[in-house]
Write a new protein. Structure first.
Lengths: 332, 82
């Protein structure tokens, strides 16, 4: 599993998606597959209740287990749900992109992910570093940050730094905040000043970058595990791996899985997705829109850079036609 | 603390010295705290870690604003660093 890469990739993805998409949705998508699954992998105990899977990787990434959360098909679920309930294209797209990115990023460890589940339970893995969740949170951290996982996270950190403009305040107020009414809601309802919103946007970059060095320092101080930057390392940990399959079976599973995914996505789009997409209204927030009714804020004398109200939806794109403009605005 | 972007017409709050101090403080807390206190505390948790970053910026911005007001300067006007 990847660690800081999941937070850091959200900035790159938002920067490179050429349409309006919610950054918060991408971030949530990047965290979603592990959000409810990773804690039990390490073992949880609440009062007298305790749970720890016998085979950590099977529970986390396999089937039977919760490995379906690490599949491309699962990435569609939160997207469709958001389109259905909140009618927000930006959030639906962000969740799909973020969740798919998480699934693809986790392909690099020794267990990999079931990309084409439920059409096949074939795992796809490059075996770049050892999957060691069975060692618990601290053993996993030590294994990850003494192997190529460290290099992987540093790669993403360098990538974000190469896209430093995505962390600038101008980018946040012109691209991020204008693609997502949630930022305006946070300002309006929670009275969060713009600089705090900016800090919230940058928080996962700070956290992602610092956890690389924090865990590395922790390893040096407490665990003292040796570095082993070899492929599929480190060798000092008992790594989890999935049994290999002959190439012919691998190719057959891949063909069935890819075809199943493609056909299902197409059918879902024709039956549900397209209707929900056209019903949803793209958010239209002004880039530097001053609030029509700025609320007095004793703590922050600044003019709000994020519009306090979502304007009435403009005419929809050519795809949606005039009917879409009569729909109510999305709830997000 | 709104300033015009160079070459642009939009008014965005800029990253001031107080904000930068907040980010640096957060980095120190997360790296040193994470390195030394990871085991007994959830400091590098996916909710606590970013929360620490936001709190550090909020605290330093507030302190910076008070100091600016105490010295009779407009709020952190000179602090725009970005």
């Amino acid at each position: 599993m990847s660690w800081a890469a999941h937070e850091l990739e959200s900035y790159i993805l938002h920067k490179h998606v050429k349409t309006k998409v919610s950054y918060l949705a991408i971030l949530l998508g990047c965290l979603l597959p592990d959000m409810l699954t990773k804690l039990p992998v390490y073992g949880i105990s609440i009062g007298s209740f305790s749970f720890k899977p016998d085979v950590a990787w099977m529970y986390h990434r396999g089937w039977p287990g919760v490995g379906f959360t690490h599949s491309l098909m699962f990435a569609l679920v939160p997207g469709l749900l958001v389109l259905l309930v909140f009618k927000s294209r930006e959030w639906a797209l962000g969740l799909v992109i973020g969740t798919a990115a998480h699934v693809l990023t986790d392909v690099f460890d020794s267990v990999g992910t079931m990309l084409f589940f439920p059409f096949t339970t074939q795992h796809y893995s490059t075996q770049m570093w050892a999957y060691a969740a069975q060692e618990g949170r601290y053993g996993d951290a030590a294994a990850y940050y003494t192997g190529l996982g460290l290099v992987w996270d540093l790669f993403w950190l360098v990538l974000v730094l190469c896209h430093f403009s995505s962390l600038r305040s101008s980018y946040f107020f012109e691209k991020v905040a204008t693609s997502d009414p949630v930022w305006g809601w946070l300002r309006r309802r929670l009275h969060m000043p713009d600089r705090l919103l900016l800090a919230l946007y940058r928080a996962y970059f700070i956290y992602g970058a610092c956890r690389i060095f924090g865990w590395s320092l922790w390893n040096q101080v407490h665990e003292k595990a040796p570095y082993d930057l070899t492929w599929n390392g480190p060798d000092w940990v008992v790594k989890a791996t999935v049994p290999g399959v002959p190439f012919s079976e691998f190719a057959r599973s891949t063909a069935v899985g890819a075809l199943g995914l493609f056909v299902t996505c197409w059918v879902l789009w024709l039956l549900i997705g397209r209707r929900l997409w056209l019903r949803a209204i793209p958010v239209e927030l002004p880039a530097d829109g001053a609030s029509p009714e700025p609320e007095p804020d004793a703590d922050d004398a600044d003019e709000p850079a994020i519009p306090a109200q979502r304007p009435a939806p403009a005419t929809d794109s050519a795809a949606s036609g005039s009917a879409a403009s009569q729909e109510p605005p999305s709830k997000l | 603390m709104s300033q015009s972007s160079p070459g642009g017409s939009s008014d965005h709050p800029r990253t001031g010295r107080a904000d930068i101090a907040g980010y640096l403080l957060a980095a120190v807390v997360l790296i040193v705290g994470g390195g030394l206190l990871s085991k007994p505390t959830p400091i590098l948790n996916w909710l606590v870690g970013p929360g620490i970053a936001v709190i550090c910026v909020a605290v330093t911005v507030r302190i910076g604003r008070r100091r600016s007001r105490g010295q009779g300067r407009p709020d952190d006007e000179s602090g725009a660093a970005e």
